[in-house]
Write a protein that binds this ligand. Structure first.
Ligand SMILES: [Zn+2]
Length: 161
């Protein structure tokens, strides 16, 4: 049997790879409703020079337009990296039912690592969270990307000498 969470996470990974081609930090997201991907997006912070252009926010924006509603009840959001505080906030406010993420983010993750905004009962909505789906694949995309950046910086430095 196909593991559906892994199936959709692979689609989010495809999005992350699109970001990588643009020299963006490789993070991708898809939103699923009734077994159908209704929205897909990848990080575009550098291209847009906009700190709001995270994969999750862009995917939520598209999904709201497609559904004709700000309520994304009964949807599942798949993202390759644990959501930051901004995206976790948007997820709660959009009433996303379930969030599935790949790699944990020790520097910004607000879906269980630094805190869990998605499960805080003080908010009027909570999202179910599944962590660590294809975590190593998602994490390697990121670590390879940053390794490449350090290598390029080193080469530039050596050329300057
Ligand atoms: Zn974010």
């Amino acid at each position: 049997m196909v593991n559906l969470d892994e199936y959709y996470m692979k689609e989010a990974i495809k999005e992350a790879k699109k970001a990588e081609e643009l020299l963006e930090v490789p993070i991708g997201a898809v939103i699923v409703h009734d077994g159908k991907i209704i929205s897909r997006a990848h990080n575009l912070r550098e291209s847009k020079q906009n700190s709001l252009a995270h994969a999750e926010l862009l995917a939520i924006d598209k999904a709201c337009k497609i559904q004709g509603s700000w309520r994304l009840e009964d949807t599942t959001l798949y993202v390759t990296l644990e959501p930051c505080p901004m995206c976790s906030g948007a997820i709660i406010l959009s009433r996303v039912k379930r969030v599935v993420y790949g790699a944990s983010d020790p520097k910004g993750g607000c879906a269980g690592t630094l805190m869990n905004l998605l499960a805080d009962p003080r908010f009027n909505h909570q999202s179910e969270v599944a962590a660590g789906i294809l975590a190593s694949e998602c994490g390697e995309l990121l670590s390879n990307f940053f390794r490449g950046i350090r290598k390029r910086k080193k080469q530039v430095k050596q050329q300057e000498l």
